[in-house]
Structure formats: structure tokens, C-alpha cells
Design a protein around this ligand. Structure first.
Ligand code: HEM
Length: 474
């Protein structure tokens, strides 16, 4: 389809530049528009859309007469505008965040306005650099537990997607909630993807079946939500028992659970049990799935690329020989940091995110109407040919400091940006780089599987094994 045929030039609202009022986009299928493309293969659909229509693309989903419109923005400049410079105009009022709020509650990721500011003020002290650096010891100990288990794996083959998911869940639960969640690993790994797919389907659906109706999808999602609530309730109850018994907490008195339990609202009221559970659930999700995905891909990419693996291992050996990692090692592991950033470029865990505009705005010369559902896709921006040479190639040297400086701030934004940027960014980088270092020092890796089947839920999902063969070193 010709791009120019679908556009009309006018003068912008600011009167300074020509703008385009009819945003181009795929026609989709006669009966459902782009609904199936957006729900079943969103990442491929966005990549094709950028190639065919440019940096701002309009999608229509659903049957004629009931179509919902979505505006995807792929340029770094557009991402900066939506997340950063005009953040107040792009709120978490879109259909995905609405669905996520209903599924996971009103926690720090999903809340807005007064609720959000109160929560962020309360939680922020746990995520200062100094505070997070203090979590390195727990990360090192969890790496030790993992390495001990890997040394006795029969046949020496592990699925790094599964392994990193369990590792990240254990680590974040221990640090933020002082909890051992080993027994709940299976429930969590089953339930989050079920909810994720449900949220994505409903987010794009032009007409939503009420959640209370007993459809198979509603029942599955309600079951997953119930199971996750049970995990959170157990974490909270165990703390209450220990507190009542006067047992000093292993995670220290000031972890997230303690802060939230002691928190008082403006009138001195406590968080009610449901609010407390919502925060625990949000952090359980936000704090483990994303880090697990990044770590799994970093390991898998290294397992497939011997030259980069050799460089990474040399660095790990030089810095971490014979001892557990500490926070200060992060600065001494620049190549591993580059590897991780490159893994997050190619496989950003938050591969898409959404907002709704309050007022009309002009993005990349296109007029995006008030009330528009806007989708940002780091998956596409991270492969944008104007910003990345040979974008599909694994090349950690793209993140050499001098090359990073030359790039647009939002050409790479796996942690989002602006006022709602990820609170766990430093936590995640520290955990991931130290873990990569410790594992490379202790094991050699070789990929067993070559490709990976991906899916999309709330975050990027791995739908096939990512097996590597481990050889213990020294
Ligand atoms: C590689 C790891 C991670 C990635 C890729 C990631 C990505 C993101 C992104 C893109 C956002 C912004 C979402 C939006 O604007 O719609 C976000 C927000 C958030 N992340 Fe992360 N995240 C990671 C790790 C973590 C960790 C370890 C934690 C907690 C321990 C965490 C907790 C949160 C929270 C609570 C928010 C909401 C912050 C706010 O709105 O103030 N994330 N994350």
C-alpha cells in the first residue's frame, strides 16, 4: 500500500510544521481488521508495520462498526515524547493497563495520580543505589545455590529459561519479602503466563465479555489469579507469624514487606490486606519475569557465540576468581554489562507498552487524536534500521560507551523512561551482571537448541526450551 495515498497534509496545531492527519496502517482482514495479527503475533506485526508504513502506524481491530483503534509509535523520538517530554499527556488509562489493574491490582506498576505518588514515596527508599548495592550479597548466595544444583544435573543439560525464572523469583522474593518461594515456583510459572495472555487478548478486544461470565478463558484467568493471591497471602502470613513470634527477620527489618505492612495513609490508616497483597503481587511479577528473560537470553546468546563467550569468561575470571561477587564488581565487568544490554536490545522483556492520550498531539509529524490508545514497541525500536546497523546481529560492542553516547536516548529503552521508568533498573542490572559473571566463572556453556519460539503476554514469553550443555570449570 502506498503511504502517501493514505495521508493528508495540514498545518500542525502549533502552526510550525506540516502534519499528517490520516495515519497510515494495514487494512487487516475484512471481518476482524488486525485483531488476530495483534493478539497472535504482535511483534512480527509491528516489525512489518514499521517497514511498510513508517514510524507511526494506525491499527484497527475488530469487526466493522466495533473497531478499536491503536496507534503504534516506533521511533526513539516518539517514545521520548510519550514516556518523557509529554508523559502527562500519555496516561496508563489504556485498555492493557486497565486489564492489568483488574488482574493484578493497584500496585506501583499500575496505579496513577495520588495513589501512585504515595506508593512511590513509600517504596523508593528501597531502590536507592546504596540500598540496592546491599542486595548483592543475597544475589551471590543465590548464585552459589544455583551452581551447586547445576553441578549435579544429570547429563549436564539445563533449560536456561526455566532456570533463570526460578532463580530470579527466588532472589527477588528473598530480597523484597524475606520469603522462600521454592514451593510456589510451579504455581507462579503457570499462572503469570495465563493472566498475561488473557490481558493481551482483552486489551485488544473491541467488545469484552464480562469477567464474571463463566467462559473457559474467564475461568482459567480467575483460577490463575486465585493461585497467585494464595502465594502472596502465604508470604504475608508467614511474616506475620514470625513477627508475632518475635523472630528477627532474615532479610532485615526494612524489606518491602515490612515497609508496606508498617505504612500508614494520610489519616494514619494501614494498607488494607487487599492493597498489601496487590503490591506483593505486582513486585513478584515485575521483579522476576523481566530479569529472568534478560538473563536467560544473555546466557543463551553467549552459549551460541564462542568469541563473545570467550571475552565474557576472561572478564569474569579476572574479576571474580575464587570469591563471591560484590556490588563494586559491577563497575569492573563492563563487557558483561554490554552483553546484557545487547541481550535486552534483541529480547526486551517489556517488548511493548501502552498509554492513552489525554489531548491531541503531534508525534513524528502525525496528528494522534485525543483519547488514542498508543502502543510503544521497544522490540521494533531496538531493531530500527535508522539507529542500528545489522540489527539482528548479536554484537555487544554496540554498547561501548563511545558508541552509546552517539545514539538517541530512546533507541534503547528496555526499562521504559520518564517519570514512570522502571524502579528496579539498577537492581536488575546488578543482579544480572553479577549472576552472569558468577555462572561464566563456574561453567562453560554450549547451546543445545538453536532457535527459540517466542510469545507475548504482559511481557515477552519463551515458548520453547532454551537448553544449554553445562561443563563445570576448574
Ligand atoms: C530486565 C529487567 C526489567 C525490565 C526489562 C523492566 C522493565 C520495565 C519497564 C519497561 C517499566 C515501565 C513500564 C511502562 O512504562 O509502562 C517498568 C516499570 C516498573 N518495574 Fe521494571 N523491569 C525490570 C526489572 C524490574 C525489577 C527487578 C523490579 C523490582 C524489583 C521492577 C519493578 C518495576 C516497577 C514497580 C515498575 C513501575 C514503576 C513506576 O511506575 O514507578 N522491574 N519496568
Amino acid at each position: 500500500m502506498s503511504l502517501t495515498a493514505a495521508t493528508t497534509s495540514t498545518t500542525s496545531t502549533t502552526g510550525t510544521a506540516a502534519t499528517i492527519t490520516r495515519i497510515p496502517g494495514p487494512p487487516g482482514l475484512p471481518l476482524v481488521g488486525s485483531l488476530l495479527d495483534l493478539t497472535r503475533r504482535p511483534l512480527r506485526t509491528y516489525l512489518d508495520a514499521r517497514r511498510d508504513y513508517g514510524d507511526v502506524v494506525r491499527f484497527a481491530a475488530g469487526p466493522p462498526g466495533l473497531r478499536a483503534e491503536f496507534y503504534a509509535v516506533f521511533s526513539p523520538e516518539g517514545a521520548h515524547q510519550v514516556l518523557g517530554s509529554e508523559a502527562a499527556n500519555f496516561r496508563k488509562d489504556n485498555s492493557f493497563y486497565d486489564e492489568l489493574r483488574t488482574s493484578l491490582g493497584n500496585g506501583l506498576l499500575t496505579s496513577q495520580d495520588g495513589d501512585y505518588h504515595r506508593q512511590r514515596r513509600l517504596i523508593q527508599p528501597l531502590f536507592t543505589r546504596r540500598r540496592v548495592d546491599g542486595y548483592a550479597e543475597a544475589v551471590g548466595q543465590e548464585c552459589g545455590v544455583l551452581a551447586d544444583r547445576w553441578r549435579v544435573v544429570p547429563g549436564g543439560v539445563v533449560d536456561v529459561a526455566e532456570e533463570m525464572s526460578r532463580f530470579a523469583l527466588r532472589t527477588v522474593s528473598r530480597i523484597l519479602f524475606g520469603a522462600d518461594v521454592e514451593a510456589a515456583v510451579r504455581v507462579v510459572h503457570h499462572s503469570f503466563p495465563v493472566l498475561g495472555e488473557f490481558v493481551l487478548e482483552r486489551g485488544f478486544a473491541p467488545v469484552k465479555v464480562p469477567r464474571g461470565w463463566p467462559t473457559p478463558a474467564n475461568r482459567r484467568a480467575a483460577g490463575a489469579q486465585r493461585d497467585l493471591y494464595a502465594v502472596c497471602d502465604r508470604i504475608i502470613a508467614e511474616r506475620a507469624v514470625r513477627r508475632a513470634a518475635g523472630v528477627a527477620d532474615a532479610a532485615g527489618p526494612e524489606d518491602l514487606l515490612e515497609l508496606l505492612t508498617r505504612a500508614r495513609g494520610e489519616d494514619g490508616e494501614r494498607l488494607d490486606p487487599a492493597e498489601l497483597r496487590d503490591q506483593v503481587l505486582i513486585f513478584l511479577l515485575a521483579g522476576h519475569e523481566t530479569t529472568a528473560t534478560s538473563l536467560a537470553f544473555a546466557l543463551f546468546l553467549l552459549a551460541k557465540h564462542p568469541e563473545q563467550r570467550r571475552r565474557a569468561r576472561e572478564e569474569a575470571d579476572a574479576v571474580l576468581a575464587g570469591r563471591a561477587p560484590v556490588a563494586a564488581d559491577l563497575e569492573a565487568l563492563p563487557y558483561l554489562t554490554q552483553v546484557l544490554k545487547e541481550a535486552m536490545r534483541l529480547y526486551p522483556a517489556a517488548s511493548q507498552m501502552g498509554r492513552r492520550s489525554v489531548e491531541e498531539s503531534v508525534i513524528d509529524g502525525y496528528v494522534v487524536p485525543a483519547g488514542a490508545q498508543v502502543i510503544l514497541a521497544p522490540w521494533v525500536t531496538h531493531r530500527h534500521p535508522d539507529h542500528w546497523e545489522q540489527p539482528d546481529r548479536f554484537d555487544p560492542d554496540r554498547f561501548l560507551p563511545e558508541r552509546e553516547k552517539e545514539r538517541h536516548r530512546y533507541a534503547w529503552y528496555p526499562f521504559g523512561g520518564g517519570p514512570r521508568a522502571c524502579i528496579g533498573q539498577h537492581f536488575s542490572m546488578l543482579e544480572s551482571v553479577l549472576t552472569l559473571g558468577a555462572l561464566l566463572r563456574d561453567f562453560d556453556f554450549e547451546a543445545v537448541d538453536r532457535g527459540v519460539r517466542l510469545g507475548q503476554g504482559i511481557t515477552l514469553q519463551v515458548r520453547s526450551p532454551m537448553r544449554v550443555r553445562l561443563t563445570p570449570r576448574g
